[in-house]
Design a protein around this ligand. Sequence first.
Ligand SMILES: Cc1cn([C@H]2C[C@H](O)[C@@H](COP(=O)(O)OP(=O)(O)OP(=O)(O)O)O2)c(=O)[nH]c1=O
Length: 224
Amino acid sequence: MINTPPPIILASASPRRRELLALLGVPFDVRAADVDETPLPGEPPAEYPKRLSLLKARAVAETLAAGIVIGADTAVIHRGDILGKPANADEARAMLQRLRGERHRVISGITVIEVATGKTITEACESTVFMRAMSDEEIEAYIASGDPMDKAGAYAVQNVEFAPVQKVVGCPANVMGLPVCHVVRNLRRLGVNLPDTPPTHCDIRYGYHCAITNYVMPDVEQQT
Ligand SMILES: Cc1cn([C@H]2C[C@H](O)[C@@H](COP(=O)(O)OP(=O)(O)OP(=O)(O)O)O2)c(=O)[nH]c1=O
Protein backbone atom coordinates (compact mmCIF):
# COMPACT_ATOMS: atom_id res chain seq x y z
CA MET A 1 0.00 0.00 0.00
CA ILE A 2 1.29 3.45 -0.88
CA ASN A 3 1.04 6.00 1.92
CA THR A 4 -0.13 9.35 0.60
CA PRO A 5 1.66 12.19 2.39
CA PRO A 6 -0.64 14.55 4.31
CA PRO A 7 -1.49 17.68 2.31
CA ILE A 8 0.28 20.89 3.23
CA ILE A 9 -1.95 23.94 3.64
CA LEU A 10 -0.61 27.48 3.83
CA ALA A 11 -2.94 29.51 6.04
CA SER A 12 -2.27 32.80 4.30
CA ALA A 13 -3.56 35.27 1.74
CA SER A 14 -0.07 36.72 1.23
CA PRO A 15 1.26 36.31 -2.32
CA ARG A 16 4.84 36.60 -0.97
CA ARG A 17 4.34 33.66 1.38
CA ARG A 18 2.89 31.62 -1.48
CA GLU A 19 5.91 32.42 -3.69
CA LEU A 20 8.39 31.63 -0.94
CA LEU A 21 6.76 28.32 0.02
CA ALA A 22 6.56 27.32 -3.66
CA LEU A 23 10.36 27.46 -3.76
CA LEU A 24 10.46 24.25 -1.73
CA GLY A 25 9.04 22.33 -4.68
CA VAL A 26 6.30 20.53 -2.74
CA PRO A 27 2.59 20.81 -3.57
CA PHE A 28 0.43 22.80 -1.17
CA ASP A 29 -2.99 24.42 -0.92
CA VAL A 30 -3.74 27.92 0.28
CA ARG A 31 -6.50 28.93 2.69
CA ALA A 32 -6.67 32.46 4.01
CA ALA A 33 -7.17 32.78 7.77
CA ASP A 34 -9.23 35.69 8.97
CA VAL A 35 -8.10 36.56 12.50
CA ASP A 36 -8.12 39.63 14.72
CA GLU A 37 -4.62 41.14 14.33
CA THR A 38 -4.94 43.66 17.17
CA PRO A 39 -1.99 43.43 19.58
CA LEU A 40 -2.96 42.58 23.17
CA PRO A 41 -2.50 45.37 25.73
CA GLY A 42 1.15 45.36 26.79
CA GLU A 43 1.97 42.41 24.51
CA PRO A 44 5.75 42.06 24.08
CA PRO A 45 6.54 42.83 20.40
CA ALA A 46 8.45 39.58 20.02
CA GLU A 47 5.45 37.54 21.20
CA TYR A 48 2.94 39.18 18.88
CA PRO A 49 3.92 37.57 15.54
CA LYS A 50 4.23 34.16 17.22
CA ARG A 51 0.74 34.45 18.71
CA LEU A 52 -0.74 35.58 15.38
CA SER A 53 0.96 32.77 13.43
CA LEU A 54 -0.61 30.32 15.88
CA LEU A 55 -4.04 31.96 15.58
CA LYS A 56 -3.88 31.84 11.77
CA ALA A 57 -2.73 28.19 11.66
CA ARG A 58 -5.36 27.14 14.22
CA ALA A 59 -8.19 28.97 12.41
CA VAL A 60 -7.50 26.88 9.29
CA ALA A 61 -6.61 23.63 11.11
CA GLU A 62 -10.01 23.68 12.84
CA THR A 63 -11.73 23.41 9.48
CA LEU A 64 -9.74 20.34 8.33
CA ALA A 65 -9.70 16.64 9.15
CA ALA A 66 -6.09 16.04 8.07
CA GLY A 67 -3.02 17.77 6.74
CA ILE A 68 -0.23 20.02 7.94
CA VAL A 69 -1.09 23.68 8.27
CA ILE A 70 1.46 26.52 8.15
CA GLY A 71 0.61 29.94 9.60
CA ALA A 72 2.89 32.98 9.60
CA ASP A 73 2.90 36.58 10.66
CA THR A 74 5.47 39.31 10.11
CA ALA A 75 5.88 42.37 12.33
CA VAL A 76 8.17 45.36 12.01
CA ILE A 77 9.36 46.60 15.38
CA HIS A 78 10.83 50.07 15.69
CA ARG A 79 11.87 51.54 19.02
CA GLY A 80 9.59 49.10 20.85
CA ASP A 81 6.49 49.80 18.72
CA ILE A 82 4.88 47.16 16.52
CA LEU A 83 4.25 48.48 13.01
CA GLY A 84 1.68 46.43 11.12
CA LYS A 85 0.20 47.10 7.70
CA PRO A 86 -0.70 50.77 7.22
CA ALA A 87 -4.45 51.50 7.19
CA ASN A 88 -4.07 54.45 4.79
CA ALA A 89 -1.57 56.72 3.03
CA ASP A 90 -1.06 58.88 6.15
CA GLU A 91 -0.07 55.86 8.21
CA ALA A 92 2.22 54.62 5.44
CA ARG A 93 3.91 58.05 5.33
CA ALA A 94 4.34 58.17 9.11
CA MET A 95 5.86 54.67 9.15
CA LEU A 96 8.31 55.35 6.32
CA GLN A 97 9.34 58.67 7.83
CA ARG A 98 10.14 57.10 11.18
CA LEU A 99 11.94 54.11 9.65
CA ARG A 100 14.16 56.01 7.19
CA GLY A 101 17.84 56.16 8.06
CA GLU A 102 17.22 53.96 11.12
CA ARG A 103 17.44 50.32 12.00
CA HIS A 104 14.53 48.14 13.09
CA ARG A 105 13.72 44.50 13.81
CA VAL A 106 11.57 42.27 11.63
CA ILE A 107 10.17 39.26 13.45
CA SER A 108 8.16 36.55 11.71
CA GLY A 109 6.31 33.99 13.74
CA ILE A 110 5.67 30.65 12.11
CA THR A 111 3.42 27.84 13.33
CA VAL A 112 3.02 24.35 11.90
CA ILE A 113 0.16 22.12 13.03
CA GLU A 114 -0.31 18.44 12.28
CA VAL A 115 -4.10 18.31 12.19
CA ALA A 116 -4.54 14.59 12.92
CA THR A 117 -2.50 14.70 16.15
CA GLY A 118 -2.80 18.37 17.07
CA LYS A 119 1.00 18.51 17.31
CA THR A 120 1.94 22.18 17.09
CA ILE A 121 5.30 23.95 16.75
CA THR A 122 5.66 27.73 16.93
CA GLU A 123 8.92 29.59 16.35
CA ALA A 124 10.09 33.11 15.63
CA CYS A 125 12.82 34.32 13.29
CA GLU A 126 14.35 37.77 13.68
CA SER A 127 16.30 39.92 11.22
CA THR A 128 17.67 43.42 11.65
CA VAL A 129 16.99 45.87 8.83
CA PHE A 130 18.84 49.12 8.14
CA MET A 131 16.80 51.53 6.00
CA ARG A 132 18.41 54.06 3.72
CA ALA A 133 17.72 57.75 4.20
CA MET A 134 14.93 58.47 1.70
CA SER A 135 13.50 61.87 0.80
CA ASP A 136 9.89 62.97 1.36
CA GLU A 137 9.46 63.04 -2.44
CA GLU A 138 10.61 59.44 -2.77
CA ILE A 139 8.22 58.42 0.00
CA GLU A 140 5.29 60.16 -1.72
CA ALA A 141 6.06 58.48 -5.03
CA TYR A 142 6.28 55.10 -3.29
CA ILE A 143 2.94 55.62 -1.54
CA ALA A 144 1.37 56.62 -4.87
CA SER A 145 2.55 53.28 -6.32
CA GLY A 146 0.31 51.47 -3.80
CA ASP A 147 3.08 49.02 -2.84
CA PRO A 148 3.24 49.90 0.90
CA MET A 149 -0.39 49.18 1.70
CA ASP A 150 -0.30 45.42 2.30
CA LYS A 151 3.17 45.32 3.88
CA ALA A 152 4.14 45.43 7.53
CA GLY A 153 6.04 48.69 8.14
CA ALA A 154 4.75 50.06 4.79
CA TYR A 155 7.70 48.82 2.73
CA ALA A 156 8.79 45.84 0.69
CA VAL A 157 12.44 44.86 0.95
CA GLN A 158 11.94 43.14 -2.42
CA ASN A 159 10.90 46.33 -4.24
CA VAL A 160 13.89 46.97 -6.46
CA GLU A 161 12.82 50.40 -7.69
CA PHE A 162 12.27 51.93 -4.25
CA ALA A 163 15.06 49.79 -2.76
CA PRO A 164 14.31 50.96 0.78
CA VAL A 165 16.79 48.68 2.54
CA GLN A 166 20.48 49.37 2.86
CA LYS A 167 21.41 46.27 4.78
CA VAL A 168 19.82 43.19 6.34
CA VAL A 169 21.43 41.26 9.14
CA GLY A 170 19.90 37.81 9.15
CA CYS A 171 17.40 36.13 6.85
CA PRO A 172 15.93 38.17 3.95
CA ALA A 173 13.11 35.65 3.38
CA ASN A 174 12.03 36.36 6.96
CA VAL A 175 11.72 40.06 6.10
CA MET A 176 9.61 39.18 3.05
CA GLY A 177 7.19 37.24 5.25
CA LEU A 178 8.31 33.61 5.50
CA PRO A 179 11.58 32.34 6.97
CA VAL A 180 11.76 29.36 4.65
CA CYS A 181 14.50 27.56 6.59
CA HIS A 182 12.32 27.53 9.71
CA VAL A 183 9.45 26.14 7.68
CA VAL A 184 11.70 23.40 6.29
CA ARG A 185 13.03 22.49 9.72
CA ASN A 186 9.59 22.28 11.29
CA LEU A 187 7.93 20.39 8.44
CA ARG A 188 10.74 17.84 8.76
CA ARG A 189 10.10 17.63 12.50
CA LEU A 190 6.54 16.60 11.63
CA GLY A 191 7.87 13.89 9.34
CA VAL A 192 7.32 15.64 6.00
CA ASN A 193 9.66 14.35 3.34
CA LEU A 194 11.09 17.40 1.58
CA PRO A 195 13.50 17.59 -1.33
CA ASP A 196 17.02 18.60 -0.35
CA THR A 197 17.28 22.34 0.06
CA PRO A 198 20.47 24.30 -0.41
CA PRO A 199 22.32 25.62 2.64
CA THR A 200 20.89 28.87 3.96
CA HIS A 201 21.57 31.69 6.33
CA CYS A 202 20.10 29.68 9.13
CA ASP A 203 22.61 26.89 8.90
CA ILE A 204 25.87 28.04 7.31
CA ARG A 205 27.65 31.08 6.02
CA TYR A 206 26.56 31.31 2.42
CA GLY A 207 27.57 34.41 0.53
CA TYR A 208 25.38 37.47 0.34
CA HIS A 209 22.15 35.84 -0.63
CA CYS A 210 19.55 33.38 0.53
CA ALA A 211 20.18 30.12 -1.26
CA ILE A 212 16.57 28.96 -1.09
CA THR A 213 15.00 32.12 -2.43
CA ASN A 214 18.06 33.01 -4.49
CA TYR A 215 17.18 36.51 -3.38
CA VAL A 216 20.18 38.80 -3.57
CA MET A 217 20.16 41.55 -0.97
CA PRO A 218 22.10 44.79 -1.22
CA ASP A 219 24.21 43.86 1.77
CA VAL A 220 23.29 40.86 3.87
CA GLU A 221 25.48 40.06 6.81
CA GLN A 222 25.54 36.45 7.80
CA GLN A 223 24.72 35.25 11.27
CA THR A 224 26.40 32.21 12.74
C1 LIG B 1 8.57 44.04 5.91
C2 LIG B 1 7.95 43.39 4.70
C3 LIG B 1 6.69 42.79 4.77
N1 LIG B 1 6.13 42.20 3.67
C4 LIG B 1 4.78 41.62 3.73
C5 LIG B 1 4.73 40.14 4.10
C6 LIG B 1 3.31 39.99 4.60
O1 LIG B 1 2.47 39.66 3.48
C7 LIG B 1 2.95 41.37 5.13
C8 LIG B 1 2.84 41.38 6.65
O2 LIG B 1 1.53 41.17 7.01
P1 LIG B 1 1.00 39.86 7.74
O3 LIG B 1 -0.14 40.29 8.60
O4 LIG B 1 2.12 39.10 8.38
O5 LIG B 1 0.44 38.94 6.55
P2 LIG B 1 -0.71 39.17 5.51
O6 LIG B 1 -1.91 39.83 6.13
O7 LIG B 1 -0.13 39.85 4.28
O8 LIG B 1 -1.08 37.70 5.06
P3 LIG B 1 -1.75 36.51 5.95
O9 LIG B 1 -2.10 37.05 7.30
O10 LIG B 1 -2.97 36.10 5.16
O11 LIG B 1 -0.70 35.44 5.99
O12 LIG B 1 3.98 42.25 4.74
C9 LIG B 1 6.82 42.17 2.46
O13 LIG B 1 6.31 41.65 1.46
N2 LIG B 1 8.08 42.73 2.40
C10 LIG B 1 8.68 43.34 3.45
O14 LIG B 1 9.81 43.84 3.33
